[in-house]
Design a protein. Structure first.
Length: 287
């Protein structure tokens, strides 16, 4: 039976059309998609429990290490799957003989642990760390299963607490950085909290410095030089406010210069008029 017929039999309908959206939100042309094939179950050979010491083709550990292992307990064994086994990694497996186990995967054997790196799943070499892990799992150290279970729970809690401490430390550092960023400072030519309302009608000194700093940073390089020359060369009086949003900084400077020239021309014409007509025009009598 095909995938389409299986989908129709279970869903009581045919597979519909699929539409995709691009980054701008436009719909693409519809297209039909074939239902995904069902996943197959993993073979038994892909499981570590399949490769117990009595399985044909397994690789035993070196004789010297096996002798050390038997000194701890004669029912311990370490084997490794063959190279062509479909397991996720080719690592050593630590076994303990237990006749009460009747499972078909590993009858008579209990898998204690695979000797791999828990973070990267990479196989590890046989050394004294294997013996230490076996001792940590033995009943000799804990006395009974209850104490061993309590030890496992304590290890889990300690691991969770360590991760929580790292998380809280990261949050503390982030809070401290944010607090230092938002801290009000009077150093420099202004700060980001200069726009706070202080009860005055006119902008405060910090607010004026902050506005000038922001406007100066947004200027092009040429406009910065002209602005600096105007600030250091002369100081315009009776400055007229110009809508900076309607005109650029350069156009505003030209407008201010024209206003200044017009004021000078008006003053010059007023002096010449008073020189020619000492009496004001409104007080002279005609005829």
């Amino acid at each position: 039976m095909s995938n389409v017929k299986t989908f129709q039999r279970h869903m009581q309908r045919k597979p519909g059309k699929v539409y995709l959206r691009d980054k701008k939100g436009h719909l693409s042309a519809p297209f039909e998609i074939d239902p995904v094939k069902p996943y197959k179950a993993l073979p038994r050979a892909a499981l570590f429990h399949y490769w117990h010491p009595d399985r044909t083709g397994v690789e035993p550990c070196p004789p010297a290490f096996a002798a050390t292992l038997h000194e701890i307990h004669p029912d311990l064994a370490i084997t490794r799957p063959p190279m062509r086994a479909p397991t996720r990694t080719h690592c050593w497996l630590v076994w303990y003989r237990k006749p009460t186990i009747k499972h078909p995967l590993s009858p008579g054997w209990l898998l204690l642990f695979p000797w791999i790196n828990p973070e990267t799943n990479e196989p590890l070499a046989l050394d004294d760390r294997v013996l230490a892990n076996i001792y940590m799992r033995s009943a000799i150290q804990f006395g009974n299963g209850k104490k061993y279970f309590e030890h496992c729970v304590a290890e889990m809690q300690r691991t969770e607490q360590r991760a929580e401490d790292l998380h809280q430390d990261d949050l503390h550092q982030r809070r401290k950085d944010f607090w230092n960023f938002t801290k009000i400072s009077t150093a420099g030519r202004g700060n980001k909290f200069a726009l706070h309302h202080d009860g005055t009608l006119l902008p405060s000194r910090n607010e004026r410095n902050w506005i000038n700093e922001i406007e100066y940073r947004r200027m092009p390089e040429e406009s910065r030089r002209e602005y600096k020359d105007r600030r250091t060369g002369f100081n315009l009086t009776n400055r007229v406010s110009v809508d900076m949003g309607a005109a650029s900084i350069k156009q505003a400077a030209l407008i201010e210069q024209r206003i200044f020239d017009t004021q000078l021309a008006i003053q010059r014409l007023s002096r010449e008029t008073r020189a020619l007509f000492p009496v004001p025009v409104r007080q002279r009598k005609l005829g």
